[in-house]
Design a protein around this ligand. Structure first.
Ligand SMILES: C[S@@+](CC[C@H](N)C(=O)[O-])C[C@H]1O[C@@H](n2cnc3c(N)ncnc32)[C@H](O)[C@@H]1O
Length: 161
């Protein structure tokens, strides 16, 4: 089931998101709802990451695969044509999102179950309700302002009862 329409993030905003997340070479970056793959491609090509595109639409996965092949990034970018709610995120270092607040909120329990401490999550435009962002910036591009949220995941300690 689709949880957000395809609307691409402008490339300068993609770069800002990856800079904000401080993506380092070799880190594993997931884009949940990868669209045409621009985030995973920039993460792999310009930041040296191992990137995973998770996209429910088969036609968009074909677009991503073609771009990845043309750029020779097959060993750095994995394309998964599947529902993001079913992907295993346990090896993620960074997660990128451009979905909807309601979808982010639906993902929150999955994040809380699967993510390791220290995982950075960057979300274009939409917050994750109930989580305190480490940073929120307004980035101006082509006369439009884009809000980017950065979260650093920390597992809550269980209180002794
Ligand atoms: C707003 S676009 C963002 C595209 C890309 N991440 C970007 O920022 O340029 C959201 C994408 O999420 C995909 N999507 C929606 N629901 C999904 C789901 N349940 N699993 C995987 N992808 C999904 C849509 O097909 C769409 O391509």
């Amino acid at each position: 089931m689709s949880h957000a329409p395809f609307v691409p993030t402008p490339e300068p905003v993609v770069r800002k998101m990856l800079e904000l997340a401080e993506v380092k070479p070799g880190e594993v970056v997931y884009d949940l709802g990868a669209g045409d793959g621009r985030i995973v491609i920039m993460a792999a090509r310009d930041f040296g990451a191992r990137a995973v595109a998770v996209e429910i639409r088969r036609d968009l996965c074909e677009v991503i695969r073609k771009k990845v092949e043309d750029l020779g990034l097959q060993d750095r970018v994995k394309v998964l044509n599947m529902d993001m709610f079913k992907v295993d995120l346990s090896d993620a270092d960074v997660i990128t999102l451009f979905l909807l607040t309601s979808t982010n909120n639906m993902l929150r329990p999955k994040f809380e179950k699967e993510l390791r401490n220290g995982v950075r999550i960057v979300s274009h435009e939409f917050s994750i309700e109930g989580w305190r962002p480490a940073k929120v910036i307004d980035f101006h591009e082509a006369a439009t302002s884009h809000r980017i949220y950065l979260y650093r995941f920390r597992r809550q300690r269980r209180r002794h009862q």
